[in-house]
Design a protein. Structure first.
Length: 282
């Protein structure tokens, strides 16, 4: 391969790697998680339909935005098992401490999702305090998107597309195709549950990611088993088998995503002094 072709190949590979790592739950996934989050929010906040509809409609915006603003790609994930501290159960949560050990470029490259959640949560508190309507809508939707992303197990690993275990393509097979095929079941599986109060937005984000991480091997093993039995990883039989083994994970993660989206929004509003905001919150 001459140098130009090699560079072109590298560029295409980077683009490909980039494109599969950015999507959280796909557009329908984000919309349905946020819709359910607003049902849960009604338990603690008297939110209006205008507010709910606006956030549901904007909940996929970060995935649209990242198509043109490539620098935002690492906001959507963290390859947490890249860090030896995580694997030794001593993860460094402080961004600056991690940067001083690994360098800013490396930390950004491995993804910054938990700090993005914390930053947007703090911005949302400020927006509620100032009763700044545009910012309330913007940061509520950002919180809704990134908290949901943290619940997608393959957004929490260096093996995000099964590329290290010869299972390339599992990222979109699981989050887009499987979720798309079984969307009715997933929507029927949403249930009402109480919200949590978020005391430490960063630690909660890492807890969510820890929990997501615990499902990765089950998804990868299920993919392996399903493709062996179906002699394919594209057929209906494959997806039927994959769903059979991972449906409970999907129900748990979708419900937890909605619960924590609602919990972060509620806690930000609570921390801002529970302001009444015309059109949005009565
Ligand atoms: Zn995303």
């Amino acid at each position: 391969m001459n140098k130009n072709i090699t560079q072109q190949f590298k560029f295409t590979f980077i683009l490909f790697a980039f494109s599969i790592s950015i999507f959280g739950w796909g557009k329908t996934g984000h919309i349905n998680i946020t819709k359910h989050a607003f049902k849960l929010l009604q338990q603690n906040m008297n939110v209006t339909q205008i507010y709910a509809d606006s956030i549901v409609n904007k909940s996929n915006d970060p995935d649209i935005r990242v198509r043109t603003i490539k620098e935002q790609a690492p906001w959507h994930y963290i390859d947490i098992d890249y860090y030896k501290e995580f694997n030794n159960l001593e993860m460094i949560y402080c961004y600056d401490s991690l940067v001083s050990r690994y360098g800013e470029n490396e930390v950004k490259k491995q993804g910054t999702l938990p700090w993005v959640i914390e930053r947007n949560y703090n911005k949302l508190i400020e927006a509620f305090r100032n009763k700044h309507l545009t910012e309330i809508l913007f940061y509520s939707a950002e919180v809704a998107h990134f908290v949901a992303d943290a619940h997608m197990p393959l957004h929490a690993t260096i093996n995000y597309d099964g590329q290290l275990t010869n299972q390339k393509g599992i990222h979109s097979r699981y989050e887009s195709k499987l979720v798309g095929k079984y969307l009715n079941e997933i929507c029927k599986g949403f249930y009402i549950q109480p919200l949590d109060t978020i005391n430490n937005p960063l630690l909660t984000a890492f807890d969510i990611l820890d929990n997501s991480f615990s499902f990765i091997n089950i998804i990868l093993d299920s993919d392996k088993k399903a493709s062996e039995l179906a002699h394919s990883s594209e057929t209906d039989m494959y997806y039927g088998l994959l769903w059979k083994q991972t449906d409970y994970i999907t129900y748990i993660q979708m419900n937890n995503a909605a619960k924590f989206v609602a919990s972060y929004i509620y806690s930000a509003w609570f921390k801002a002094g529970m302001p009444k905001i015309e059109k949005y919150i009565n």
